[in-house]
Design a protein. Structure first.
Length: 319
């Protein structure tokens, strides 16, 4: 190992190199940034303040990495989707104001439901993935269920497995059902789905992404009574139903122009204002009571249909 001179040893390059070797890159980058500040150069920065700032940097960095692992563990189609990089077209049915409101996830804490329908390419999945990722980053337990995997899972579940699955979902803040009714369930599966929806009703917020129009959902079920029960619980009460009717795909903008897709929306009654449809007629996202969405484990139904849990470090554990 080459012995460094005093000047080389204290150089930014050597500090960064040591940081990479010790997996402390954020800390060393923060330190080098601090050394460029006037307060540091004037010897006005105490050792205690320096250490606290470095530790805060490491804490923030590790929290960000943990959240990134947890979001990746959801298995979203667009895990990097963010509302700020969405292009809003005039006929999408979703205003920038409402997107920002939804992204706060207050509706999740109140256990309200969100239904988003529209044709292929209209941006439904992008929007839902944005919201699911935001919920997880805000410490809300989030489960992602693909319709085909959910049906495959229900088809082979034992009674005990069903109870375990229902208990997991009832202890979740947000349940995201992707591609809802994209296929026709068997009579056995739709009966179990009816029981499952009944169990989670009011226990968690449900977000649905569907290419099938809301008025056509009932046609996908063989038993009209079960269909009515499922649809009523998902869309009744406090539920917001959005139809994204633009055929122009919502897509990320060029990084240099990120945010330029936002358009003004000043009319509170314009499409995209959250309106509660519950018995008390509450509107928007303020007021009312609901779940607080405390941080905890993360339950997901992966593509194989198996339930998995992410522990507090963001590592996956199979159940």
């Amino acid at each position: 190992m080459k012995k460094l001179s005093g000047t080389e040893r204290l150089s930014d390059e050597n500090i960064l190199s040591l940081g990479r070797k010790l997996h402390l890159t954020p800390l060393t980058q923060c330190f080098i940034g601090i050394t460029q500040e006037k307060e540091y150069r004037d010897d006005a920065l105490s050792y205690r303040e320096l250490i606290v700032r470095l530790l805060e940097t490491m804490e923030a960095s590790r929290t960000e990495r943990r959240l990134n692992r947890q979001v990746a563990g959801l298995g979203l189609t667009h895990p990097d989707a963010v509302i700020e990089n969405m292009l809003f077209e005039s006929r999408t049915g979703l205003s920038p104001r409402m997107a920002r409101e939804l992204n706060t996830c207050e509706w999740v804490r109140h256990k309200w439901n969100l239904i988003i329908t529209g044709p292929s390419g209209s941006g439904k999945t992008w929007i839902c993935d944005c919201l699911a990722a935001s919920a997880r980053r805000l410490g809300l337990k989030t489960a992602v269920l693909r319709w085909s995997s959910l049906m495959a899972r229900l088809a082979v579940l034992s009674a005990d497995d069903f109870e375990h699955m229902a208990a997991e979902l009832m202890n979740t803040d947000l349940i995201y059902i992707d591609r809802f009714v994209s296929g026709i369930p068997s009579p056995e599966c739709e009966a179990l789905l009816g029981h499952l929806v009944d169990r989670i009703d009011g226990k968690a917020a449900v977000m649905i992404n569907s290419q099938v129009a809301r008025q056509d959902w009932k046609k996908r079920f063989s038993d009209p009574v079960i269909a009515d029960g499922i649809i009523t619980r998902l869309t009744g009460g406090y539920a917001q139903i959005l139809t994204i009717d633009s055929t122009v795909s919502m897509r990320t903008l060029d990084p240099q122009n990120a945010g330029s897709g936002w358009s003004p929306c000043t009319d509170d009654s314009a499409p995209g204002t959250l309106q509660g449809t519950g018995n008390h007629g509450e509107t928007c996202l303020g007021g009312g009571t609901g779940g607080t969405g405390t941080p905890g484990t993360l339950s997901t139904l992966q593509g194989t249909g198996t339930l998995s849990t992410l522990n507090e470090n963001g590592d996956e554990e199979k159940n």
